[in-house]
Write a protein that binds this ligand. Structure first.
Ligand SMILES: [Zn+2]
Length: 308
């Protein structure tokens, strides 16, 4: 049985370069498209109660990563209008603190600071990235994009130290607040039939963590959600789709039964581990034609054919 698991992030009329948002009008188009073609359930319900999925009937699931406030402000009313449940994967430190995960904050620093130079002192970052001068904002933002690619690959401790040094030097940028859903928001979603899962404690790249830190990330977020929502989550969405065998086995050992990845393909139930369910990322910023092709799988098909 094919299950189409769709991944969304922000839904808001105010998109920002550091955290792009899908316009609610486009989101409603996506929801209308999905609900007119498929039976929609949460991935948790489908995996745990297989009898709910009738053979031959095409199924789809709607998921959100990160836990931005606009999910309940703009996406939820549209989902409610069509009577659809969804799954929301939240970063528990971000829910507790009201600030977006580090990767969004990183891009925001480079976007919003007035600084035209900086220095980093992190051994795992190549020297030529550690001393920089820029002529203007465009150069700085461009450099930030390249530095981000490096930060995603180095040990998480170094990445966090890098973020510290960046926040100290770009101190003209106040940390963003009130961007995330609250525990009350999540309880409201839960009551309305949606499912809340973990997107870890602090959105670190899980494959860059030591075994002990990995276990702590997985367990702390699970317990925190359990504490606030009276129900331990059974699912986890790996930040930035970053996982490996160790992450999968540690997540299972921690009590998670479903692991959500990104793969731009549909999930064939019964094939592969439930700890690596692929999702189709429905990006913000594309027009309807491309978005629809992404949702029905034809965009990936064309990409594969072109590659061959
Ligand atoms: Zn994320």
């Amino acid at each position: 049985m094919t299950i189409r698991v769709y991944l969304f992030h922000r839904v808001s009329p105010q998109s920002e370069a550091w955290a792009p948002a899908m316009d609610p009008i486009m989101f409603e188009r996506c929801v209308r498209y999905i609900s007119s073609r498929y039976r929609v359930s949460t991935i948790e319900e489908l995996m745990m109660n297989p009898s709910g999925a009738k053979e031959g009937k095409e199924m789809a699931c709607i998921t959100f990563d990160d836990g931005f406030k606009d999910n309940i402000e703009y996406a939820q009313p549209i989902l409610a209008k069509y009577g659809l449940p969804a799954s929301f994967y939240v970063v528990t430190d971000s829910i507790d603190g009201g600030s977006p995960p580090w990767n969004h904050q990183f891009h925001r620093y480079f976007e919003k600071t007035d600084a035209l130079s900086f220095e980093l002192d992190i051994k795992s970052i190549p020297d030529d990235f550690c001393r920089q001068r820029w002529h203007n904002k465009e150069e700085r933002v461009d450099f930030g994009r390249n530095l981000y690619k490096i930060l995603k690959t180095i040990p998480s401790k170094d990445m966090l130290e890098g973020m510290n040094q960046i926040s100290e030097q770009f101190s003209d940028v106040a940390p963003p607040t009130d961007y995330m859903m609250t525990w009350d928001d999540l309880r409201e979603l839960q009551v309305s039939g949606s499912s809340i899962g973990s997107h870890t404690k602090s959105h670190l790249m899980l494959t860059n963590l030591s075994e002990g830190d990995l276990e702590a990330e997985l367990a702390a977020s699970r317990n925190r959600i359990g504490e606030e929502l009276d129900q331990l989550p059974i699912s986890i969405s790996y930040p930035v789709g970053d996982y490996n065998k160790l992450v999968m086995s540690k997540a299972s050992a921690c009590g998670y039964e479903i692991g959500l990845a990104v793969g731009q393909k549909f999930y064939q139930k019964g094939e592969g581990s439930p700890m690596q369910i692929p999702r189709v990322d429905v990006y913000a910023g594309s027009g309807w034609f491309k978005t629809r092709m992404r949702m029905n799988g034809s965009l990936e098909l064309i990409k594969r054919v072109v590659k061959v």
